[in-house]
Write a protein that binds this ligand. Structure first.
Ligand code: SF4
Length: 190
């Protein structure tokens, strides 16, 4: 994983590196049963080179603690590894250029469960099944069987923690979905 992270830090396959301070390859346990995939680095992540720091990261850690896990127990990554300027949405060509790295990470970690955080990572991962959806609130907490990067996995979509910082209803939704994650981990024996 370290060798892959080094390649990502030097990557110039799409224009996103140009305005970024650091690549954010992802981090955590490389033997984790649970992998979280968000959209793209934000400002704090770009400055530190680490995924899910700042307030959204703190909320993610609180939610993990609620199901008996620490950040170091899971692997956390994004579908694109450099921050889009001004936190704009990543474009399709940028996602296509970058997601082979995500696939490589999935092949290394071989998680039982992938949790997609927010609509962009959910749309990308569920397109591999394929499952289409209009609003993430319609499908969050569902469990989808999939094969990603030749690896059988269950995908559970949920909301992005950043969205829940400003919307208490989303916080409740996240807590419900984390309860579903805990139940699925119990099925997996994790
Ligand atoms: S966003 Fe991904 S594909 Fe684009 S330069 Fe960064 S690592 Fe490479």
């Amino acid at each position: 994983m370290e060798a892959l992270s080094a390649v990502i830090r030097e990557c110039r396959k799409c224009p996103l590196w140009k305005e970024a301070h650091h690549a954010v390859p992802g981090e955590g346990s490389v033997t984790a049963g649970l992998m979280f995939i968000g959209e793209a680095p934000g400002r704090q992540e770009d400055l530190t080179g680490r995924p899910f720091v700042g307030r959204a990261g703190a909320l993610l850690e609180t939610l993990l603690a609620g199901i008996g896990l620490a950040r170091s127990d899971v692997f956390i990554a994004n579908i694109v590894k450099h921050r889009p300027p001004g936190n704009r949405d990543p474009r399709e060509d940028e996602i296509a250029a970058c997601t082979p790295y995500l696939d490589h990470q999935i092949r290394i970690v071989r998680p039982e469960i992938i949790v997609t955080l927010g609509r962009h990572s959910t749309r990308h991962l569920l397109s591999r099944i394929p499952v289409a959806f209009d609003r993430i609130t319609d499908i969050r907490g569902n469990v989808y069987e999939a094969t990603i990067a030749d690896h059988p996995v269950r995908i559970i979509p949920t909301l992005h923690p950043a969205a829940a910082l400003y919307n208490p209803a989303y916080r409740t939704g996240l807590e419900e979905d984390f309860a579903a994650i805990r139940a699925e981990l119990a099925v997996a024996g994790g």
